[in-house]
Design a protein around this ligand. Structure first.
Ligand SMILES: NC(=O)c1ccc[n+]([C@@H]2O[C@H](COP(=O)([O-])OP(=O)(O)OC[C@H]3O[C@@H](n4cnc5c(N)ncnc54)[C@H](OP(=O)(O)O)[C@@H]3O)[C@@H](O)[C@H]2O)c1
Length: 335
């Protein structure tokens, strides 16, 4: 049984812990929180043995072999680096890191600790429907383009409107719609079509100077892919990948609940399967599979790392085209 430690005690960590336990591969042993009471509460609820409030002690004394990091985006890099240096495998929430320099520094740390594995928790990548869409795209006679829309009004935008600056709407914490929800669309685009030749982002800024919503246009040889992302508005549009007369229709490009192929006569064919009740179950299984037998799963691992690298690069290029820079990020140092 793999031993899990966690950083961050919000609802997403509970969801991942539930998935990990449901997979039958993991046990939660160790909880880190900035507050002892919070750590103990989370640990008691999930039958974990150890709690820590100091990160260095968590890594040096915790009995876990893998850490799941679900802290604010800007902390992912330093926490992942610290984990690698302590020989712990890392599952880091999306977006893994903020820019290419951080990505390269983690690659360097991984080279120095060749037994350590690092995964970006891009949950939809591991779900069956993601691969079903990819297979159907490969069968289209010609891709004419795609429009992918993921816009969910965030309850934290209420706080922005009330004059506050929650982490996800803050440049100090590498927030914004593109980093938060746009990462799912970036995974779709890069996973299904590869890296675009050109990419541009047109953000709509919030009072706190992050992108509350925006439109990205990715140019590929022969077609374009448009991404609509937003946290300050709801959209009920479905998403489409267009062939010639046919199309693939997605109810939601991040959750991939329903995936339909519309043939040249407009007839609908269901492509997808019913997603798991817990959308993190597939990734919890996949990460355990690789950690338990890295030699035989190196191909998958390296493919996920490369996809993660490309998504990181695309998100950064989009941000740069939209003149969006996080606090402390120098403009020349991130290519
Ligand atoms: N895969 C998914 O479906 C999914 C869904 C939601 C979020 N996420 C990702 O999960 C991560 C966390 O998102 P979230 O919305 O839960 O973030 P958050 O509420 O801002 O923070 C998450 C946790 O980090 C700790 N934290 C909060 N502020 C901090 C600060 N200033 N300094 C240090 N630690 C702090 C808190 O834990 P303690 O108080 O216990 O220290 C908190 O529970 C993000 O990277 C996000 O993109 C993924």
């Amino acid at each position: 049984m793999l031993k899990l430690g966690i950083i961050g005690t919000n609802w997403i960590t509970q969801q991942f812990v539930d998935a990990a336990i449901e997979s039958g591969e993991w046990q939660l042993t160790t909880v880190y929180s900035r507050q002892l009471e919070r750590a103990q509460e989370f640990a008691t609820h999930n039958h974990a043995e150890e709690t820590f409030t100091d990160l260095e002690t968590f890594f040096s004394q915790g009995s876990f072999d893998t850490v799941y990091i679900a802290s604010p985006n800007s902390l992912h890099f330093s926490q992942a680096q610290q984990a690698i240096e302590h020989g712990k495998h890392v599952i880091v929430e999306k977006p893994a890191v903020a820019n290419q320099r951080e990505f390269q520094q983690l690659d360097t740390a991984l080279k120095a600790h060749p037994d350590v594995l690092l995964f970006e928790a891009a949950r939809q990548l591991h779900e069956t429907n993601f691969q079903r869409v990819k297979q159907q795209i490969d069968q289209l006679e010609q891709v004419q383009g795609a429009t992918l829309t993921y816009m969910k009004y965030s309850s934290r935008y209420d706080a922005v409107r009330a004059g506050e600056e929650p982490n996800i709407f803050s440049l100090n914490y590498a927030g914004g719609a593109l980093q938060d929800l746009g990462v799912y669309l970036a995974y779709d685009a890069v996973g299904w079509f590869g890296m675009p030749e050109e990419a541009a982002y047109y953000p709509t800024l919030t009072r706190t100077k992050v992108d509350g919503k925006g439109v990205a246009v990715l140019r590929y040889a022969g077609f374009t892919v448009t991404l609509n992302v937003g946290k300050t508005s709801n959209s009920f549009l479905s998403s489409e990948i267009n062939g010639l007369r046919d199309a693939i229709v997605l109810d939601n490009p991040a959750e991939l609940g329903r995936v339909t192929y519309r043939d040249a006569d407009g007839q609908a064919h269901e492509l997808g399967v019913q997603p798991d009740a817990n959308p993190m179950l597939a990734e919890a299984r996949d990460f355990a599979m690789v950690i338990n037998d890295p030699t035989n799963h190196q191909r998958e691992y390296l493919a996920w790392r490369q996809l993660s690298r490309n998504v990181n690069k695309l998100l950064f290029n989009l941000r740069q085209s939209g003149h969006l820079y996080f606090t402390g990020e120098t403009r020349d140092a991130v290519k």
